[in-house]
Design a protein around this ligand. Sequence first.
Ligand code: ADP
Length: 561
Amino acid sequence: MKRKIYWNMCLVALFSMVVGTLITTWLLCQDLQEQMRRDVAAEVRYLEAAVELSGQEYLDQLSSQGDGGSINRITWISPDGQVLYDSFADRESLENHRNRPEIVDALKTGRGESVRLSDTLAEQTYYYASRLEDGTAIRVASTTSSGLAAMFHTIPLMIGMAVVIFGVTMMLADIQTKRIVEPINELDPDALQAEHVYDELSPLVRRLEKQKETIKEQMVTLREKQEEFAAITENMQEGFIVVDSKADVISYNSSAVRILGVDLSLDDEAGGNGAVNVIRLNRSSSFRQVVDEALAGQRSQQNLDINGRHYQIIANPVVEAWDKRGAVVVILDVTEQQNREELRREFTANVSHELKTPLTSISGYAEIMKSGLVQPEDMGRFSEKIYVEAQRLITLVGDIIRLSQLDEGKAETQKSAIDLYRAASIVVDRIKDVAQKAKVSIDIEGQPTVVQGAEQILEEMIFNLCDNAIKYNKPNGQVHVKVSVENGHPVLKVADTGIGIPAEDKERIFERFYRVDKSHSKQIGGTGLGLSIVKHGAIYHQAQVEMESKLGAGTTIKIIF
Ligand code: ADP
């Protein structure tokens, strides 16, 4: 704009200068010619009077004095056009002047004038003729430079003047341009005030002010939306990454950073503006493949293991415009899900196996009995075996049902105030015979202690603990059951003087079907599900299970409510 104003001003100055000069020159030329014509006419009038008075004599006298001091050419012409006298040339050498326009007019009307240009157009001659009383005509001719020539003469001067004027004009234009542009340059976009600028700019400034207000409002809305979006994504457990068409990270949440173990904030601080390529977050080929496929416009998903956990990477294409592509990558932690699936698979395999063993035994004994090969006196033994295996099956199925109920949260949902000591006493009474058979003594200590719980589950938990304490005991061993309150928490403790649990198995004995000594456990009727039911029962009661065991010395299991 500054340049445009500047050059426009210069152009206007140049144009005015040229036109002004031309007009002035033309007017000056006109004025000079007018003056010259008046002089010539006056001279003709003097000559007219002199020739009227003295005739040829006066003109001869003029000749004798040179040209009589006149710079103009004086010619006297007879009525038939013959030159009688000429101050510049010999009259004999001059041709007849009868047809000269000024002579024609003078002879006819008394006065005649004409202007003729020289061949080179450099000079022009003004002729003025007057008829005398005797019919002759006196003519004065004045030669001056032509208008064009006059102009050509002045060209160097004009150029000189133009250069000077143009220089000054440029300087003034520069100053003026700065003065015009300065208020515009000094406009403060943060403090626009229509009354402080040129009138012509006021509508623009007012519109800008309005737009500024609109932008401000839009910015507030945008910021709110962004904060809302950030709050949502930040509270997501799932990792969330948005990438542009070049797979550069545009947005991410802290879960993504935590899962991938990359500190993107450091790149932000380094001025990277988050322009980190997504490949840097995880260099595995499956991660890259998911992102690439999404950027190519296809939904994609892959499983990925990071730091011992299982994740599902899902990438969806985002198309804003045909040339604007991107992708949203969501990282789901599926570790629990996969573990549960793995457990379920294992459980199904174990259940099938556990069910198959007693069923095969029952089927085998029944087959022998059917074939009639069994002696009548052995019948009781065979029936007993079938009964024991069937009982085993019933216990196993019962345990499986109880576990799956606990798993699915379908166990008695109604909790009530239960006296833990009473429940434990009932179990101890019930199991006393079993203990006696195993040559193990069992006793209970404590006082009424109320917990919120489900009676049947609680009794099952206590039964399983006492049953194990008897099963995995030594002859003449002891089982001590205690109900107490520790640090304000009701506690059930079952301690035995049994075989103990090896340190390496301590973590695993609460798993389904896990037994330290499989054959021993089966022999004594264990299902491998007892402690699993204890663990899930404790979870159901929001209780904690603690275990201490010393190989060969005994085991103590505590349930802290
Ligand atoms: P099971 O039906 O085989 O007893 P549990 O789940 O009740 O199954 O116990 C898992 C395993 O833990 C048992 O097989 C046994 O090896 C071990 N165990 C449980 N309780 C005791 C205990 N009181 N003393 C020693 N070992 C025990």
